[in-house]
Design a protein around this ligand. Structure first.
Ligand SMILES: Nc1ncnc2c1ncn2[C@@H]1O[C@H](COP(=O)(O)OP(=O)(O)OP(=O)(O)O)[C@@H](O)[C@H]1O
Ligand SMILES: [Mg+2]
Length: 332
């Protein structure tokens, strides 16, 4: 039995297809991640799996239970740490956990031990009796994660657990999440738009964009599948860029070409040979290349190769969502 299984899962809000015909499975004990930009449909999928939203169509099972018809059973088997922190600022860390424990119907004789254990695990024992208003963003997030562990869920859902935190804090939280996975051996389903986070934590990743899964594989296989080397050219002049792309498409040694803003990305088995050809072409066409770089594939490149664009951060949240809605309207 799979820990999570979806078949043709879809969720529509008005004319926006937030989740568009998604099918995937997650094995028991696996660390699985959804990697995608703002508005990709990550939280919507997670809210369906955690029974907070009903799908428009399709099927989803968690721990073998149907999220619509057996929602109560699903809730007993999962922990869910939402994207926004939910801890109460005016209670102490421990009081927040007591509240969580009671909401999860943990028996009174077990509450104290469970809380001591999770506080220890996320190293918040020292601060447990101080009000959360005095905690840093990272500590609040750790407390939130602790709250999701109290009832020892079989499946833990973490929605962008490190969003908005600085890189040092983010790395610390990754350590805690790894520790939790090792210690409890539960299935973890995480969403993120940080490449490094997906790369560091997940056994397998699904790349999600505009509500659709573009590919599912291990980070290692994904990087290998991109091809050997990646050549990025920046050409600011629009006409030059267009005319070069049309010529590049005819070069045999280039396996794939994508373009985004003023950048052209070329995937080729031998980058150095391709550079020579690109220089030849651009000089024949009298095109000025503003910058050029050659490197080994990373998960960022995997993302570009499957979606045709880079993952953008928070600041473009509005634009992406706006663009998404517009695209869906055009498709409809
Ligand atoms: N309640 C809602 N009503 C209308 N549209 C919604 C609602 N919730 C989500 N959407 C839309 O569905 C799409 C997917 O949103 P979702 O929150 O699932 O994305 P996400 O991948 O979690 O993004 P983020 O990284 O910003 O959290 C977006 O276009 C969003 O605007
Ligand atoms: Mg989200």
């Amino acid at each position: 039995m799979y820990s999570i299984e979806t078949k043709s899962l879809s969720k529509t809000f008005g004319n926006v297809k937030a989740v568009d015909d998604i099918s995937f499975t997650v094995d028991s004990g696996e660390f699985f991640g959804f990697l995608g930009p703002n508005g990709a449909g990550k939280s919507t999928t997670m809210m369906i799996l955690t029974t907070l939203l009903k799908p428009t169509s399709g099927l989803a099972l968690v721990s073998g239970y149907n999220v619509v018809t057996q929602a109560k059973k699903v809730r007993q088997n999962i922990g869910y740490v939402q994207q926004e922190t939910t801890v109460d600022e005016y209670l102490t860390g421990r009081e927040n956990l007591i509240l969580q424990a009671r909401l999860n119907h943990i028996s009174s004789d077990q509450i104290n031990k469970r809380i001591d254990d999770v506080l220890n695990l996320i190293e918040l024992s020292d601060k447990q009796n101080e009000p959360v208003v005095t905690y840093s963003g990272g500590m609040r997030k750790r407390l939130d994660i602790a709250g999701g562990l109290l009832h020892h869920p079989k499946v833990l859902f973490l929605d962008e657990p490190t969003v908005g935190l600085d890189i040092q804090t983010r790395r610390k939280i990754w350590e805690y999440i790894k520790k939790i996975h090792t210690e409890f051996g539960m299935t973890i389903f995480l969403t993120t738009h940080y490449m490094e986070e997906a790369d560091q934590l997940c056994d397998r990743i699904g790349i999600i964009d505009y509500g659709k899964i573009q590919v599912i594989d291990s980070p290692k296989n994904m990087k290998n599948s991109v091809g050997n080397e990646i050549l990025t050219l920046q050409i600011k002049d629009v006409d030059s860029r267009k005319s070069l792309i049309s010529k590049l498409e005819k070069i045999q040694s280039i396996s794939k070409i994508t373009s985004d803003d003023d950048k052209i990305t070329l995937f080729a088995p031998s980058g150095s040979d391709t550079i020579a050809e690109v220089f030849q072409l651009s000089s024949n066409l009298d095109i000025k290349i503003d910058t050029l770089s050659l490197k080994q594939p990373t998960l960022d490149d995997v993302f570009i190769s499957y979606t045709g664009h880079e993952i953008r951060d928070e600041d473009s949240r509005f634009n992406r969502k706006h663009e998404h809605a517009k695209m869906k309207r055009l498709r409809a």
